[in-house]
Design a protein around this ligand. Structure first.
Ligand code: FAD
Ligand code: DLZ
Length: 507
C-alpha cells in the first residue's frame, strides 16, 4: 500500500478529527487500538474504562459505515501500547507516513516525538481542531502577561466565536452574569436525571471484560451510567438543554445529598471523548436563549464554562508542561486518607461526594473543588497524590483538563498562577451550599470540642500555616485579618484541634 496510516486515539472519537482531514478512504487506513498501557497509566474508574472501550468499539462502526478501512485491535489481543500497535500496522500496510491528531496529554506527546526515529517513517502530528484556541494561540495570548485572568481570555473567545455577542458588545450588556447565579439549594427542587446508560451488546461485552480484567480499579462498574455512541451523547445533550439548562446557573454551586446531577450537564465525558463538539453545544445553548427557553444568566454561565474555563485550563496545561505536575507551592506532603478510596468517614460531606464518585465516576465542579479538593488542601495533602486521585476517579478525567483544575485551581500548588486565591472554606460554606451537614456527626457551627466539624479548625490552621504567603496576597487579606484578630488562646485551641484531627487521620 502507498497510503497513510491514520492513528485515532481513544479520546478522539470524531469523524471531523484533524487526522482525517484530506484523507482518502480508498487509499488510507485508520488504526485504533485498545492497549494495556493506556488502561493502566492511571487508576481509571471502572466505568471510565468501560466508557472509553465501548465508545471506541462503536466509533469503529461509525467509521466503517462512512467507508473507512479500519484496523481495530481489542484489548484481548494483548498489544502493550500504541507504539506496538503502530509498529504492527506499519509492517502490515507499509504506509508512507503516520498521521495523528496531537494527544491531550504531555506523557503521550513526548512519546510521539520519538516515533519517527523508532518507527522509521514520518509522523505528522496535527493540531486538535476540537479546541477553539490552539496551543500556539494560547501561548501568544499568555506571553508577556504577568498574570493570566480567565475572564479576559473568555472575552476573547466570545469575540472569536461571536457567541452571545451583539455586534462587538456582549449580549445583555454584560460579559458575566454570575451575580444572578449560584443560589443555595432548596429541598423542593425538581431535579432532572440524565438518560439511563447504554446496555447494547457491545457495551455489555465491554462491561464483562472490565469486570474480569480490571477488578482492582477504582469504583463500581454497575449500574453503568454512560452513553457510548454519538447518538446517545446527543440525546443526553438534548435532555440537558431542555431540562437542566434553564436552572443551570442558579444552582451551579448547590449540593444535595444523594442528588449527584443537580442541574449540571453531565456532558464532560462526551466532550472530552469527541462524541460532542464544544462549539456546536454552545451554539445550541445560545439558541435556547434566543428561543426564550433558557434565561441569559444560565446560558452565559454554561457557555463560559466551555469556551472560557475548558479552553483556559487546556491552554495553561500546555503552557506549563512539562513540570506543572510536580509544582508544590504550599509544600504539601501528606498522603490522601484511606477514606478517599472507600468513602468511609463520619464527615458526611466527604462520605457523600466520595460515595457518589465510587458509584458513578462523576461529581460536579463544586463537589470536586470545595469538598474533596478543599479538604485535601486544608490537610496539606501532597498535590501529586491529589492529582493522581483525580486523574483516576472521574470518567471525564484526562490530564490536560484534570491537572490544572486539581493542581492549580484546587490545590493552589502553582502558587496562584491559574487562580489567584486558594479555594479554602470552613464548614459554614458547606452548610450554606448543601444539605450535607444535616444529620452529620459533626456540628458545622462549633469550632472546637468533640462535636465540632473538623473543617473549622483545619481552615484556620491552613490560614495560620501559610500566613506569610497570605500577607502578600491581597485577596487573602480578610481571612488573615480575622485570624490575626483572634485571641491567642483561641488560636492555640484551633491549632491543637487541627493537629489532633491530622494525627488521627487514617493513612
Ligand atoms: P457542567 O458543570 O454542567 O459544565 C458544563 C461543561 O463546562 C462541562 O461539561 C465541562 O466541559 C466544562 N467545564 C466546567 N467547568 C470546567 C473547568 N473548571 N475546567 C474545564 N472544563 C470545565 N473536568 C473534566 O472535564 N475532566 C476532569 O478530569 C476534571 N477534573 C477536575 C478536577 C478538579 C479538582 C476540579 C475542581 C474540576 C475538574 N474538572 C474536570 C472541571 C469540572 O469539574 C468538570 O468539567 C465538570 O464537573 C463536568 O461535569 P458537567 O459536564 O456536569 O459540567
Ligand atoms: C483513556 C484511554 C484508555 C483507557 N484506553 C485507551 C486505549 O486503549 N487506546 C487509546 O487509543 N486510547 C485510550 N485512552 C485514551 C488515551 O489515554 C488518551 O488518548 C491519552 O491519554 C491522551 O489524551
Amino acid at each position: 500500500m502507498t497510503g497513510n496510516l491514520i492513528l485515532i486515539l481513544g479520546d478522539q472519537l470524531s469523524p471531523r478529527i484533524s487526522a482525517l482531514d484530506g484523507a482518502d478512504p480508498r487509499r488510507d487506513i485508520v488504526l485504533m487500538a485498545e492497549v494495556r498501557a493506556e488502561a493502566i497509566y492511571a487508576d481509571h474508574h471502572k466505568q471510565k474504562l468501560a466508557l472509553v472501550f465501548a465508545a471506541m468499539r462503536h466509533f469503529v462502526g461509525e467509521l466503517r459505515a462512512a467507508g473507512w478501512r479500519v484496523d481495530y485491535h481489542r484489548l484481548e489481543e494483548g498489544l502493550p501500547d500504541l507504539e506496538a500497535a503502530l509498529a504492527a500496522a506499519i509492517a502490515r500496510h507499509s504506509p508512507r507516513q503516520v498521521i495523528v491528531t496531537e494527544p491531550g496529554e504531555w506523557r503521550l506527546w513526548q512519546v510521539m516525538q520519538d516515533w519517527p526515529r523508532r518507527l522509521g517513517l514520518p509522523v505528522n502530528i496535527r493540531d486538535d481542531g476540537r479546541f477553539l484556541c490552539s496551543r500556539d494561540e494560547f501561548a501568544r495570548w499568555a506571553g508577556g502577561r504577568k498574570t493570566l485572568v480567565m475572564e479576559h481570555f473568555y472575552r476573547l473567545m466570545r469575540r472569536k466565536t461571536g457567541l452571545l455577542m451583539a455586534g462587538n458588545e456582549p449580549a445583555g450588556g454584560r460579559w458575566n452574569f454570575d451575580t444572578e447565579n449560584r443560589a443555595p439549594p432548596r429541598d423542593s427542587l425538581f431535579l432532572p436525571s440524565p438518560p439511563p446508560g447504554a446496555d447494547d451488546p457491545v457495551t455489555t461485552g465491554v462491561l464483562a471484560m472490565v469486570a474480569r480484567d480490571f477488578p482492582d480499579h477504582f469504583g463500581q462498574l454497575h449500574p453503568f451510567r454512560w452513553q457510548v455512541t454519538r447518538t446517545g451523547a446527543e440525546a443526553a445533550r438534548d435532555a440537558f438543554l431542555r431540562d437542566g439548562l434553564p436552572l443551570f446557573g442558579r444552582y451551579q454551586d448547590a449540593m444535595l445529598a444523594d442528588r449527584p446531577w443537580m442541574y449540571h450537564a453531565i456532558l464532560s465525558p462526551y466532550l472530552n471523548l469527541g462524541l460532542l463538539d464544544p462549539l456546536d453545544l454552545c451554539r445550541r445553548a445560545e439558541a435556547e436563549w434566543h428561543a426564550g427557553r433558557a434565561p441569559l444568566e444560565a446560558v452565559e454561565g454554561f457557555i463560559r464554562q466551555i469556551i472560557g474555563w475548558r479552553e483556559y485550563v487546556r491552554g495553561v496545561y500546555w503552557l506549563r508542561m512539562p513540570g506543572y505536575d510536580t509544582e508544590n507551592a504550599l509544600g504539601g506532603t501528606r498522603p490522601l486518607p484511606a477514606f478517599y478510596w472507600t468513602g468511609r468517614t463520619d464527615m458526611r460531606c466527604l462520605a457523600q461526594v466520595i460515595g457518589q464518585t465510587l458509584a458513578t465516576g462523576y461529581a460536579h465542579h463544586i463537589q470536586r473543588l470545595m469538598i474533596t479538593g478543599t479538604y485535601a488542601l486544608l490537610i496539606g495533602a501532597d498535590p501529586a497524590a491529589v492529582h493522581r486521585w483525580y486523574l483516576g476517579v472521574y470518567v471525564d478525567a484526562y490530564e490536560w483538563v484534570e491537572l490544572p483544575n486539581t493542581l492549580g485551581m484546587s490545590q493552589h500548588a502553582d502558587g496562584g498562577f491559574l487562580a489567584t486565591k486558594p479555594y479554602a472554606a470552613s464548614a459554614n460554606y458547606i452548610d450554606r451550599m448543601s444539605d450535607y451537614c444535616r444529620g452529620c456527626a459533626f456540628d458545622p457551627k462549633a469550632r472546637t470540642g468533640q462535636a465540632a466539624c473538623p473543617w473549622n479548625a483545619l481552615y484556620w490552621d491552613f490560614i495560620a500555616r501559610h500566613a506569610d504567603r497570605w500577607a502578600r496576597n491581597p485577596r487573602m487579606a480578610m481571612p488573615l485579618r480575622s485570624w490575626n484578630a483572634k485571641p491567642a488562646a483561641e488560636q492555640a485551641e484551633l491549632r491543637a484541634a487541627a493537629a489532633a484531627h491530622l494525627a488521627a487521620l487514617p493513612g
